[in-house]
Design a protein around this ligand. Structure first.
Ligand code: ADP
Length: 378
């Protein structure tokens, strides 16, 4: 079994607490993505799991064993780095098998077989005799992944492995990594700052900010039920619109009043006691619609278009609403221009409220049935 368990894991560098009391369970065979802005502690977490950084406090388990003080080579992990970390004077094949003798009991012939097998899986058989400088960035990264595969570790750790590749190649490699994981089902932790990469790759995604874990959930749950304003803003591109509103109670319903609109909230779950409170209202750009496409009964409001961004599959409009700017996704061939005043309404199933100071989620207009973390893991 190769589940990984972090219990109250801490990393302190002199005056910087890079990771603060992190609790996380990665299930056997799972592809878990650790995502967050630069400097939030992702790499430090991964490096502690790899054994490349000492753990200041807390417990790290791989399988049933506490491995806090186990050297990296005895942890049955293989790591892939952003900069490939290949030896420039060695061929791809040599890079892939380098060091294998010291970490395994395999014979030379067995190691050669494994290199061949990994090369076939990654479609780099023709490149095995080349040195890194004779390879493109994408090919180098395949060799680096091949080096990890050859080791048949219980756990793969990948630190921003696609960040140095161009956008098109990144998309292609993403699909290949998914395919590889489907075949091998090796427990994998993948670090990235890119929320799209996180959403597309992760069975579950763990969002970090400022050294702290914010939420762990499957991608769609993270998107639909962010636990706080940070996760709501970090996941999704463009970001969720967030504005200050005041909550009012009227005719048995709750209403959110903003300087540019009022919206009646469809359910009252979790809103008791919030009457009169100033909170943050959140709505994603795709959950705002032109009034002409909404049922007549929908509450609408006016917005003045300030910027028009055609994105091909959709048109992104930046609009002024009351004291705030909002972004709305509309049909791509719409002729709406900056300066136009448009009538908009919200998708009432996808409205969110966050506590103004802490940012904690107070309300999702479609209540969540069973948060995945509440479900027993076996
Ligand atoms: P991320 O991978 O999310 O970009 P890191 O884990 O690399 O973030 O860094 C987390 C924090 O720890 C940052 O504030 C960074 O400056 C700090 N840090 C990382 N490595 C060291 C180090 N060797 N010495 C001191 N501070 C460090």
């Amino acid at each position: 079994m190769s589940e990984i368990q972090l219990q109250q894991l801490v990393k302190q560098y002199d005056d910087v607490t890079a990771v603060q009391g992190m609790d996380l369970e990665v299930r056997d065979g799972e592809f878990l993505v650790l995502v967050g802005p630069s400097g939030c502690g992702k790499s430090t977490t991964l490096r502690m799991i790899a054994g490349l950084e000492d753990i200041t406090d807390g417990t790290l388990r791989i399988g049933d064993s506490v491995v806090n003080n186990v050297p990296p080579k005895d942890r049955s992990i293989a790591m892939v780095f952003q900069n490939y970390a290949l030896y420039p004077h060695m061929t791809a094949a040599k890079n892939m098998k380098f060091g294998m003798k010291s970490v395994s009991d395999f014979s030379t012939a067995e190691i050669d077989d494994r290199v061949q097998e990994a090369a076939e899986t990654l479609d780099i058989t023709d490149l095995l005799d080349r040195k890194p400088k004779e390879l493109s960035g994408g090919e180098r990264q395949r060799v680096a992944i091949g080096r990890a595969l050859v080791r048949e570790p219980e756990v793969f750790l990948l630190d921003e492995p696609l960040s140095n590749l161009d956008a098109k190649l990144r998309v292609q490699m993403r699909a290949e990594l998914l395919k590889l994981h489907r075949e091998l089902a090796t427990t994998t932790i993948y670090v990235t700052h890119d929320q799209t990469e996180a959403m597309t790759l992760g069975d579950r995604v763990a969002v970090m900010d400022d050294g702290e874990l914010q939420q762990v959930a499957p991608p769609q749950e993270l998107y639909d039920y962010p636990t706080n304003r940070f996760v709501a803003g970090f996941i999704g591109e463009p970001s969720m619109n967030v504005f200050p509103v005041t909550v009012r109670h009227q005719n048995g319903r709750f209403v959110a009043d903003h300087s540019g609109f009022s919206v009646t909230l469809p359910t009252g779950d979790g809103l008791d006691g919030l009457e009169g409170s100033e909170v943050d209202f959140g709505v994603r750009p795709e959950d705002i619609t032109l009034a002409q496409n909404l049922p007549d009964s929908t509450e609408t409001f006016q917005a003045e278009v300030t910027v028009r961004e055609p994105l091909g599959e959709l048109l992104l409009l930046h609009c002024r609403v009351g004291d705030d700017e909002l972004q709305v996704k509309v049909e791509p061939r719409s002729q709406i221009q900056p300066g136009d005043t448009i009538e908009l309404g919200f998708n009432e199933a996808r409205l969110h409220l966050f506590e103004a100071v802490s940012g904690d989620a107070l309300y999702h207009s479609t209540p969540q049935e069973a948060p995945s973390e509440a479900v027993a893991t076996e």
